[in-house]
Design a protein around this ligand. Structure first.
Ligand SMILES: *[C@@H]1O[C@H](CO)[C@@H](O)[C@H](O)[C@H]1NC(C)=O
Ligand SMILES: *[C@@H]1O[C@H](CO)[C@@H](O)[C@H](O)[C@H]1NC(C)=O
Ligand SMILES: *[C@@H]1O[C@H](CO)[C@@H](O)[C@H](O)[C@H]1NC(C)=O
Ligand SMILES: *[C@@H]1O[C@H](CO)[C@@H](O)[C@H](O)[C@H]1NC(C)=O
Ligand SMILES: *[C@@H]1O[C@H](CO)[C@@H](O)[C@H](O)[C@H]1NC(C)=O
Length: 508
C-alpha cells in the first residue's frame, strides 16, 4: 500500500474511534447538565460575561405625588389629602460588577449599582418635568415628630414651638425633592451632629453603598448552589442591621445573606419550589421570591416571581417602625435609610397592603399591572430576562396626640415620599440567543447527536476498509464482504426466482 493510503486509513480510524468515544460518553451524561456544568464554572471567556459585568442595566422610573389641596387640608376644610401622581421621571442606569478575586469555587466582586445615572428627558412624562412645581408634605417635620414621639414623647410640646416657622407643606420643583431636599432645621443640626442635611429621595437612594459579594461558582458546590452568596462585605449578616442585632433572631429577621442571591444570576434548573432569596440592598434585607406562575415571554417559557405578596405579613423584626405597628404588605426600612428616618416600604400606591388609604387620601390607583414588583426568570439557565423592581417609600406616622393641631391631623397616616421602578433593560441579542439554544436545542438534540456519532463512526470504518481495498465503491465492497457468504446470497436469489415465474405467467 502507498503511504497516502495509510494516512487516510489512520485518519478514518481515528475519526471512527473519536465518534465511538463521543457516543459512549453521551450514554453516561445528559447534555443540558453538561452545558450547565460549564455555565456554572463562570469562566472569564464566557460570551455572556461582558453583559454580566456591565449589569444591572435598565431604567429607573420615579414617581412623586403632588398634594393638590394643601390649603384646604391645612385649614381643616378637607379631611383627606388629594394627591396626583407625577411621573415617570426616567433615568438610565448602568452598573458594574468589578471582579476582585476568583478561583474555581468562588468569585468575589464589588457591585457598583449606579456607575452611570443619566436623565432621559424624552422618556420622562415631559422633558422639563424636573422644573415642574409640586407641593409635598414636609417630610422632615413629620419624620422628626415621629422619631420624637417614640424616643422622647415629653418633648412634643417644645418641638412644635421650636418649629413654628416651618410650614407643614413644602412647594418646590421636582428636582428639589429628588435631589436637593433640605430644611433650615436640618442644616443647623447637621453642623453639630452626624445628621445629614440633604434628605432628597433620589440623592440618597442612588448613593453608593459598599457591596462586596463572595458567591459560589463551579460544579464542586453543586450546580444548584451557583451564585449563592457566602458573604456580603465579608459578613453573613447585612452590615446596616449589625447595630440592631440585639433584636436579631435568625427565625424572624431576614438579615442572613447565606445562600441568597444578588439578583444578577440564578442557579440553573430552577423548579417552582426552589428556594430563591435575593439581597434587597436598598432595604437592607433578604427578600424571598414568591413563585407566582409560568408565563410565555419572548418565545421562552419563564417563571414569574413577585417580590411581595398581597397582604404579606412583615417578618417579626421588621413589623414596627419607631413603635408604629405596620400594616400587612409593608416592612420597616428605617435602619437602612438616611438619618435612620422612620420609613417603611410597600408596593406603589399601597397596592396589596392592608392600609386603608382611602381614610386619609384621594387619588391612588393601586393595581397589579402597574404596581406589582416582579422578576421573570428563565428556569433552565437561571437568567433573569425581565424585571420590574418597584417599591414605595413611606413615613409611618404614629398617633400624634400631644402635638399641635396641624401635626395631629396626620396621625396614623402613611405618608409616601416617592415610588420607583427599576426596569431591567433588554438582554443583548446573543445572550437571548444562547438562552434560546440552551432551552430549545440542547434539551432535545442528544438522541440526534448520538445517532450522528454512530453514523459517522460507521462511515469512517467503511471508508477505512474501502481505502484499504484500493478505493473500491460501496457495491464492490459489498460484494467483497459477501464473498465469504455466497451460499446465503444464492439461497436468497433462488427463493426470489421461485416466486417470480407465477407473476410472469399472469402478465402474459
Ligand atoms: C400641583 O398641584 C398644584 C395645586 O393644585 C398645582 O398648582 C400645580 O400645577 C401642580 N403641579 C403639577 C406639576 O401638576
Ligand atoms: C477559593 O476562594 C475561597 C474564598 O476566597 C476559599 O475559601 C477557597 O478555599 C478557595 N478555593 C481554592 C480551590 O483555592
Ligand atoms: C429648568 O429651569 C432652569 C432654571 O430656571 C433652567 O436653566 C433649565 O433650562 C430648565 N430646564 C428645562 C428642561 O426646562
Ligand atoms: C446564617 O445562615 C446559615 C445557613 O442557614 C447558618 O449556617 C448560619 O449559622 C447563619 N448565621 C447567623 C449569624 O445566623
Ligand atoms: C376604608 O375607608 C373608607 C373611607 O373611610 C371606608 O368607606 C371603607 O369602608 C374602609 N374600608 C375598610 C375595608 O375598612
Amino acid at each position: 500500500m502507498r503511504f497516502a493510503q495509510w494516512v487516510k486509513i489512520v485518519l478514518c480510524l481515528v475519526l471512527a474511534a473519536l465518534n465511538v468515544y463521543l457516543f459512549v460518553m453521551s450514554c453516561g451524561v445528559e447534555y443540558p447538565i453538561l452545558v450547565a456544568r460549564e455555565h456554572v464554572r463562570f469562566r472569564q471567556e464566557m460570551p455572556t460575561m461582558d453583559s454580566w459585568i456591565n449589569s444591572p442595566f435598565g431604567k429607573l422610573k420615579n414617581y412623586v405625588f403632588n398634594v393638590t389641596n394643601a390649603e384646604e387640608f391645612r385649614s381643616g376644610r378637607d379631611s383627606k389629602l388629594k394627591v396626583e401622581e407625577i411621573g415617570p421621571i426616567v433615568y438610565k442606569i448602568v452598573g458594574l460588577n468589578d471582579v476582585l478575586e476568583r478561583n474555581a469555587t468562588n468569585i468575589k466582586y464589588r457591585k457598583h449599582r449606579y456607575r452611570i445615572v443619566e436623565f432621559l428627558p424624552e422618556e420622562s412624562v415631559a422633558p422639563d418635568v424636573l422644573n415642574w412645581t409640586i407641593t409635598s408634605t414636609n417630610n422632615v417635620i413629620l419624620g422628626a415628630a415621629t422619631k420624637l414621639k417614640h424616643t422622647l414623647p415629653i418633648a412634643a410640646f417644645g418641638f412644635d414651638a421650636a418649629l413654628m416657622m416651618e410650614d407643614i407643606f413644602v412647594t418646590d420643583s421636582v428636582y428639589y425633592f429628588l435631589w436637593e431636599f433640605t430644611r433650615p432645621l436640618l442644616q443647623s443640626i447637621s453642623k453639630v451632629s452626624n445628621i445629614r442635611s440633604n434628605v432628597a429621595v433620589l440623592y440618597n437612594a442612588l448613593k453608593e453603598k459598599e457591596e462586596v459579594y463572595s458567591v459560589k461558582i463551579g460544579p464542586e458546590h453543586g450546580i444548584e448552589n451557583f451564585f449563592r452568596i457566602e458573604t456580603l462585605n465579608n459578613e453573613v449578616i447585612i452590615r446596616e442591621q449589625r447595630p440592631h442585632t440585639f433584636r436579631y433572631d435568625s427565625g424572624s429577621c431576614p438579615f442572613n445573606v447565606t445562600g441568597a442571591l444578588d439578583n444578577s444570576l440564578f442557579p440553573p434548573f430552577v423548579q417552582p419550589d426552589t428556594p430563591l432569596d435575593i439581597v434587597a440592598i436598598e432595604s437592607c434585607r433578604v427578600l424571598p421570591l414568591n413563585f407566582q406562575r409560568r408565563e410565555r415571554y419572548n418565545g421562552l417559557d419563564i417563571f414569574r416571581y413577585t417580590l411581595l405578596q398581597e397582604n404579606q405579613k412583615p417578618p417579626g423584626c421588621l413589623d414596627t417602625s419607631y413603635g408604629v405597628k405596620l400594616h400587612d404588605g409593608m416592612f420597616d426600612v428605617s435602619q437602612c435609610v438616611i438619618n435612620d428616618a422612620p420609613s417603611a416600604f410597600s408596593m406603589p400606591h399601597f397596592y396589596g397592603s392592608s392600609y386603608n388609604w382611602s381614610e386619609h387620601y384621594e387619588g391612588y390607583t393601586p393595581n397589579a399591572e402597574d404596581h406589582e414588583p416582579y422578576i421573570l426568570l428563565e428556569p433552565i439557565t437561571g437568567i433573569p430576562v425581565m424585571e420590574k423592581y418597584r417599591f414605595q417609600s413611606n413615613i409611618p406616622i404614629p398617633d400624634l396626640r400631644g402635638f399641635s393641631n396641624r401635626l395631629r391631623r396626620f396621625s396614623n397616616m402613611m405618608i409616601p415620599s416617592f415610588w420607583y421602578e427599576f426596569e431591567m433593560g433588554q438582554l443583548p441579542g446573543f445572550v437571548t440567543a444562547l438562552i434560546w439554544i440552551n432551552v430549545n436545542l440542547v434539551a432535545h438534540m442528544q438522541p440526534y447527536c448520538m445517532g450522528l456519532f454512530l453514523l459517522v463512526a460507521l462511515w469512517s470504518v467503511l471508508k477505512a476498509v474501502r481505502v484499504a481495498c484500493d478505493d473500491v465503491g460501496y457495491m464492490g465492497l459489498f460484494r467483497k464482504l459477501c464473498c465469504g457468504n455466497m451460499g446465503a446470497a444464492t439461497a436468497l436469489e433462488t427463493k426470489f426466482q421461485a416466486t417470480t415465474p407465477s407473476i410472469h405467467v399472469t402478465v402474459k
